[in-house]
Design a binder for this molecule. Structure first.
Ligand SMILES: [Zn+2]
Length: 283
């Protein structure tokens, strides 16, 4: 089989994210994807579009209890959660196996509130924890960093990976700590509810410094745009914050970066935020 030439960016998508995704999240999916198309980003040299495939169920069973998985099945969102985790795993594999410098994975359900044995907040399966497991077992990647800029505390990720000596978990949140930062490499960055771009970007510098120090083989960005002033989460970020964020990340980590879509509901916010981030990643 001919090998695929390495590209700058892989975008992982599936149209079912927009139709079968969790209601609070799905309305933003198709508009944001259309935005990438209308900016000409999907046809740009060095950008490759991949259709998501469901994650292997055994990976869900590696990070979640049987009871958890049964609960997700009963929720009616099991299939879309598997497809969402599949998108994240595929993006991570493309990057870890050096077929792409960076990845951006769309999802229909988020992941960071899914712990070993519980789920809430539009999250069902912990997509990043499943990707970490896949990379370790199937690629051999060991040391990874996660910067979660979604303004809600990534309690599920902390529960599953917080004690892992080869994971750095940097977690932005709006002051309400749901899990302590104890563990070998956990950093919680609390910002006020009304934090603006300046405060946010200052914390980003701190996060990137920690990640650079840690020296990961691969970096996950849990990317929630619910931090926008017109979206539903804490923080009052403007339209400009997300491009500036992505530029800062690229300066420190030009390669081996996987963006994972997280919270956010407003189509207009998603268009601009995701469009800007993907534009930066596409180079
Ligand atoms: Zn959120």
């Amino acid at each position: 089989m001919a090998s695929i030439p390495r590209c700058r960016l892989v975008v992982v998508y599936h149209p079912e994210f927009a139709t079968r995704g969790y209601p609070a999240l799905r309305e933003r999916v198709a508009p944001a994807f259309d935005e990438l198309r209308s900016r000409g980003l999907l046809g740009r040299e060095g950008v490759r579009l991949v259709e998501a495939e469901p994650a292997q169920e055994r990976l869900a069973a590696r990070v979640h209890s049987e009871l958890h998985i049964q609960g997700v099945r009963n929720s009616g969102y099991y299939e879309i959660a598997l497809l969402s985790a599949g998108a994240v795993i595929m993006g991570a594999r493309e990057v870890a196996e050096e077929r792409a410098d960076a990845a951006f994975s769309f999802v229909g359900a988020a992941g960071h509130h899914a712990s070993h044995d519980g789920f809430w907040g539009f999250c069902y399966l912990n997509d990043v924890a499943m990707a970490v497991t896949s990379l370790r077992e199937e690629v051999g990647t060991r040391r990874m960093a996660i910067i979660d800029i979604d303004p809600h505390f990534g309690d599920g990720t902390r529960d599953i990976l917080g004690g892992d000596p080869e994971i750095l978990h940097v977690n932005f949140h709006s002051g309400y700590l749901m899990k302590e930062a104890r563990g070998p490499h956990n950093l919680d960055l609390a910002l006020p509810h009304n934090a603006g771009d300046v405060q946010f970007l200052r914390a980003v510098d701190q996060a990137l410094l920690a990640a650079e120090d840690f020296g990961p083989e691969l970096l996950f960005i849990v990317f929630g745009h619910d931090s926008h002033r017109e979206d539903y989460g804490a923080f009052e970020l403007s339209d400009e914050a997300y491009r500036e964020f992505a530029v800062k990340v690229r300066e420190v980590f030009p390669y081996r970066v996987c963006y994972v879509l997280s919270g956010g509901a407003r189509p207009m916010v998603a268009r601009k935020a995701i469009g800007d981030v993907v534009e930066v990643l596409a180079g």
